[in-house]
Design a protein around this ligand. Structure first.
Ligand SMILES: *Cc1c(COP(=O)(O)O)cnc(C)c1O
Length: 462
C-alpha cells in the first residue's frame, strides 16, 4: 500500500522544537501498576507508561503557531474575539452557518441529542460510538446500527467500510415509520470499525434518502478531515481535490455536525456543535448556557478557542494528512508483514489488533481485547485500549452484554507526537505478545460502572 504515495517516501512536514522525556519501567513495576489498575489501561498512571497509544484524543502536539495563539487568548466572558476566529474557521472549513463551542465532543452530543431526539424515537447510525450512543439513549432514543455488513468483518478490504447500507434504513422506515426516526447519525471515519471511511457517494445517497423521507442528517465530524484523505486516495474523481475541498463538500450534504476537536483539530481540549437551521440553533444556543457556558465560550477558555481555530486550518493540509495517515499505515504494514492479525484496511487514526484471532482459546466473555491490552503493557509499557465487549456495554433494556462481532485492541497514534522509531518499537512489542499468545489467560470483571463501563471497570485474572 506504500506504493499509493508514489515511489518517494512521505516525511513529516515539521521539525521538532521541544521534547518531553519518556518514562521507562521494569517488568516488575509494570506488574504492580497493572494490578493496581485492575487490568484496565484507563486506570494506569501515565507516569507508568512508556509509549502512550491509549487514544488520539487531546494527545496531539500543537504547533508553534497554536502555542503563539494561546498567548492571544481574549478571556472576556462574552464575545471573545477568539470565539469569532473559531466561528470563522468552522464556517470556512466545514461550511456550517451557526457555531457553538463546547468543552469537548460529548458536550455537543448531549445538546444535539436532547434537542433532536424525542423519547421513543430511533437513531440510525454507522456503527455505534460509546459517548454518542450513551447520549442518544439518555435522551430516550434507541440507536440502530445500519452500517454495511463488511464493517463487522475485520478481514474485508472494502475501501469504505464506514458506509451506511441504505436497504437497512429502508427496512427501519418500513418497520417503524419515518416520523419515529430522529435523524441519521453519520460518523466518518468510523472509530469502532477500525477508523474506516465513508465515501462521498454514500453521503450523497444519504442526502437524497433524507430529503425523500424528511429526516435530518447530522455528522459526527470528529475525524472527517482524515475521512476526506481516504476519499482523495480511493474514490474515483477526487484524486485532484484537496482534503479541504473534500471536507467542505462532504459537510455540505449534511444539516449539521458535532465535533470532538481533540482528534482531527490538533488541540488538547475543545469541541463544537454547528447547524444550518436557525430555529434549531436558537434552541441549542439557549440550552448551552445551562450545561456548557455562554454561547461564545461553551466551556472553553479564549486561548483554547484560538488554538482550535488555528488547528482546524492546519488539520486540513494535504501534507499533514499524508504523514499522519502514512505513520499509522507504516505501523500497520510492519505488523502485516509479520502475519499479525489486524483490521483491514488500516484506518485513519489507529491500528486495530484482532484479539479474537490472537486468543481463539478465550471466550469473548473473558475479555480477550482487554487481555491483549494488558499483555502489551506488561511486555513493554506501551498503553493501548480495549474496543470490544467491555466497550460495548450492556443493552439498557435487557441488561445483557452487547456482544460485538469485533473484539479489538486499539493502538491509537497521537498526531505529531511519536517518530517512526517509536512505531518500530511498538511493532516489536506486539510481535513478542503475539509469539506468547498461547499462554494468555482470560479476565473476569470485578467492578462494573453503570455508564461507559470500559473507562472505570476493574478486572482480575481467571
Ligand atoms: C472522541 C469521540 C467522541 C466524543 O468526544 P469527546 O471529546 O471525547 O467528548 C465522539 N465521537 C467520536 C467518533 C469520537 O472519537
Amino acid at each position: 500500500m506504500g506504493q499509493q504515495f508514489g515511489r518517494r517516501s512521505w516525511a513529516e512536514p515539521w521539525k521538532i522544537k521541544m521534547v518531553e522525556p519518556l518514562v521507562t519501567t521494569t517488568r516488575g513495576q509494570r506488574e504492580r501498576a497493572l494490578l493496581e489498575a485492575g487490568f484496565n489501561t484507563f486506570l494506569l498512571r501515565s507516569d507508568d507508561v512508556y509509549i502512550d497509544l491509549l487514544t488520539d484524543s487531546g494527545t496531539s502536539a500543537m504547533s508553534d503557531r497554536q502555542w503563539a495563539g494561546m498567548m492571544l487568548g481574549d478571556e472576556a466572558y462574552a464575545g471573545s474575539r477568539n470565539y469569532y476566529h473559531l466561528e470563522a474557521a468552522v464556517q470556512q472549513y466545514y461550511g456550517y452557518t451557526h457555531v457553538l463551542p463546547t468543552h469537548q465532543g460529548r458536550g455537543a452530543e448531549h445538546l444535539i441529542s436532547r434537542v433532536a431526539i424525542k423519547p421513543g424515537q430511533f437513531v440510525p447510525g454507522n456503527m455505534y460510538f460509546t459517548t454518542t450512543r450513551a447520549h442518544q439513549e439518555l435522551a430516550g432514543g434507541t440507536f440502530v446500527d445500519v452500517i454495511i455488513d463488511e464493517a463487522h468483518d475485520p478481514a474485508s478490504s472494502h475501501p469504505f467500510k464506514g458506509d451506511i447500507d441504505i436497504a437497512k434504513l429502508d427496512a427501519l422506515v418500513a418497520r417503524e415509520g419515518a416520523d419515529r426516526i430522529a435523524y441519521i447519525s453519520l460518523a466518518g471515519t468510523v472509530n469502532m470499525a477500525g477508523g474506516q471511511p465513508v465515501s462521498m457517494a454514500n453521503i450523497k445517497a444519504l442526502r437524497a434518502w433524507s430529503d425523500r423521507h424528511g429526516i435530518k442528517l447530522y455528522l459526527d465530524a470528529t475525524r472527517l478531515a482524515e475521512n476526506a484523505f481516504f476519499i482523495q486516495e480511493r474514490e474515483p474523481g477526487y484524486a485532484s481535490h484537496s482534503v479541504a475541498q473534500i471536507l467542505r463538500e462532504f459537510c455540505g450534504y449534511s444539516d449539521g455536525a458535532w465535533m470532538s476537536a481533540k482528534k482531527d483539530s490538533l488541540v488538547n481540549i475543545g469541541g463544537w456543535l454547528a447547524v444550518n437551521d436557525f430555529a434549531l440553533f436558537e434552541e441549542l444556543r439557549n440550552l448551552i448556557v445551562l450545561y456548557e457556558g455562554l454561547h461564545t465560550y461553551g466551556g472553553l477558555a479564549g486561548r483554547d478557542m484560538e488554538a482550535l481555530a488555528i488547528g482546524i486550518a492546519e488539520s486540513v493540509q494535504d501534507d499533514h494528512m499524508r504523514s499522519r495517515i502514512g505513520q499509522v499505515r507504516y505501523l500497520g504494514e510492519l505488523l502485516e508483514d509479520w502475519g499479525i492479525p489486524i483490521v483491514q484496511p488500516v484506518g485513519g487514526h489507529a491500528v486495530f489488533l484482532d484479539a479474537k484471532a490472537f486468543y481463539p482459546h478465550l471466550r469473548q466473555e473473558e475479555f480477550p481485547a482487554q487481555v491483549l491490552a494488558a499483555e502489551l503493557y506488561l511486555d513493554s509499557g506501551i498503553r493501548s485500549m480495549e474496543r470490544g465487549i467491555a466497550s460495548a456495554g450492556r443493552d439498557p433494556k435487557t441488561g445483557e452484554h452487547h456482544v460485538p462481532k469485533l473484539e479489538l485492541t486499539r493502538l491509537t497514534i497521537p498526531r505529531r507526537v511519536y517518530t517512526q522509531a517509536h512505531m518500530d518499537v511498538v511493532a516489536e512489542s506486539v510481535k513478542s505478545v503475539w509469539d506468547a499468545r498461547a499462554q494468555a489467560r482470560g479476565l473476569r470483571m470485578t467492578y462494573e460502572p453503570k455508564y461507559l463501563r470500559f473507562f472505570q471497570a476493574r478486572f482480575e485474572r481467571l
